[in-house]
Design a protein around this ligand. Structure first.
Ligand SMILES: C[S@@+](CC[C@H](N)C(=O)[O-])C[C@H]1O[C@@H](n2cnc3c(N)ncnc32)[C@H](O)[C@@H]1O
Ligand code: SF4
Ligand code: SF4
Ligand code: SF4
Length: 370
């Protein structure tokens, strides 16, 4: 059994509801709306105190859409009283000038705002017309009050063809740091067919790699793959097939220190991180919140420290080993380097935590190693 360390970071969904309708929503929050918060302000206060008690270093406030809560600014102002650094993930549609001003004096370090494409593409991605205009206004207000902003592009069939235009749009808004989130097939994305095909992804990645190599990307670009590994299949397979393995180092930060052993899954859920959904349920990772069977407990009913140390689900996550992986990964020569993809995606598809992540073409039997 691995040693139990304190959790390092938490994704905290302060509401399960949202005003937009993204067909890929990992939180299955799309179009669900209620004015009743499931977690009260006093409960948020108590949860923040528990974050300090558990030595948590970083908290991402998210949802659903956090700015749907009318008390969100009071919540953000609590952050100054705590030890953790705090980011917010938002769709940006509800940020007015007044809100931007108050964010600038709260303890929040950075806003991560979703921008999936140029106007028409973004609106299609987010399921509601007029969304892009509101995000653009929000960015202007946040910049007026010097709030640091990163842009997040969630990559799907809807926007894959428009990456370069999207970078230009984001750059023209005055944002330099951009992350492309590779789609996790969980929540709505496990039901709707919005993932791009592997062959299309390969084309996008090679194109981005060429541009990055030639210093022609207009923004600082990161590609956020799922799982902690030196050879994540999402990046390694396409580059390897193109005979460009050496370019992997352009996307994987050098010297990432991993707390995982060689035989562990490349999954830090329940080892370094946890997530709390908008009802107080605790999970290993925010990508697990649509799989209730993976809930480790509820922070409105039990102490976070007790859930973290003693829940059977977290113990199962900590003791899971690559040797026990099931499905096609078992015979893959890359297993101990790739570390088997994302556990949330594998579970959402198979209801088996140890199964292969079938987003990978090798797992689907579409690629056979010679
Ligand atoms: C769950 S949302 C919550 C915050 C806010 N509502 C928003 O959309 O920015 C956090 C981030 O996850 C991204 N996301 C949603 N579903 C995803 C999925 N299936 N795979 C990867 N990222 C996803 C969103 O686009 C957003 O950038
Ligand atoms: S991804 Fe964000 S904006 Fe889209 S439906 Fe989910 S919570 Fe709402
Ligand atoms: S479930 Fe595990 S592998 Fe997937 S994103 Fe979360 S921590 Fe990473
Ligand atoms: S089959 Fe499994 S171990 Fe091999 S590359 Fe795909 S996800 Fe990684």
């Amino acid at each position: 059994m691995n040693e139990i360390r304190d959790p390092y970071y938490v994704d905290f969904s302060v509401t399960p509801y949202c005003n937009l309708k993204c067909s890929f929503c990992s939180a299955s929050a799309c179009g669900k709306y209620s004015k009743t918060y499931e977690i009260s302000f006093d409960e948020v206060k108590d949860i923040f105190n528990q974050f300090d008690e558990n030595n948590i270093m970083r908290v991402s406030i998210e949802g659903g859409e956090p700015f749907l809560r009318s008390d969100i600014l009071d919540i953000l102002e609590l952050v100054n009283n705590h030890m953790f650094s705090c980011y917010i993930n938002t769709n940006g549609t509800l940020i007015t000038e007044e809100i931007a001003k108050r964010i600038s004096t709260s303890g929040v370090e950075k806003i991560c705002i979703s921008i999936d494409g140029p106007e028409e593409v973004h609106d299609r991605s987010r399921g509601i017309k007029g969304t892009f205009k509101k995000v653009k206004e929000a960015v202007g207000y946040l910049q007026k009050y010097d709030v640091p902003i990163d842009a997040i592009i969630t990559l799907t069939k809807i926007n894959a063809k428009y990456m370069i235009e999207t970078f230009d749009v984001i750059k023209n808004m005055g944002i330099n740091n951009v992350a492309i989130m590779l789609l996790a097939t969980v929540g709505e994305a496990s039901k709707n067919h919005v993932s791009i095909d592997y062959s299309e992804w390969k084309e996008v990645l090679i194109n981005l790699t060429d541009l990055k190599k030639e210093n022609k990307l207009p923004v600082n670009l990161q590609i956020v793959h799922t799982g902690e590994s030196q050879l994540p299949w999402e990046l390694y397979l396409p580059l390897m097939e193109a005979g460009r393995e050496e370019d992997l180092s352009m996307w994987i930060p050098p010297n990432i220190t991993s707390s995982l052993e060689e035989s562990d899954f490349g999954c830090t859920a329940g080892r370094d991180n946890l997530a709390i959904d908008g009802f107080g349920n605790v999970f290993g990772c925010s990508l697990m919140i649509s799989s209730m069977e993976l809930s480790a407990g509820n922070v409105l009913k039990d102490k976070l420290s007790n859930i973290w140390r003693n829940s059977e689900i977290f113990q199962m996550m900590r003791s899971s080993k690559l040797d026990n992986i099931e499905g096609k990964c078992k015979d893959c020569k890359l297993l101990y380097k790739c570390k088997g993809g994302c556990r949330a995606c594998a579970y959402a598809k198979s209801l088996n935590y140890k199964f292969s992540d079938e987003r990978c073409p090798v797992c689907r039997g579409e690629r056979i190693w010679s």
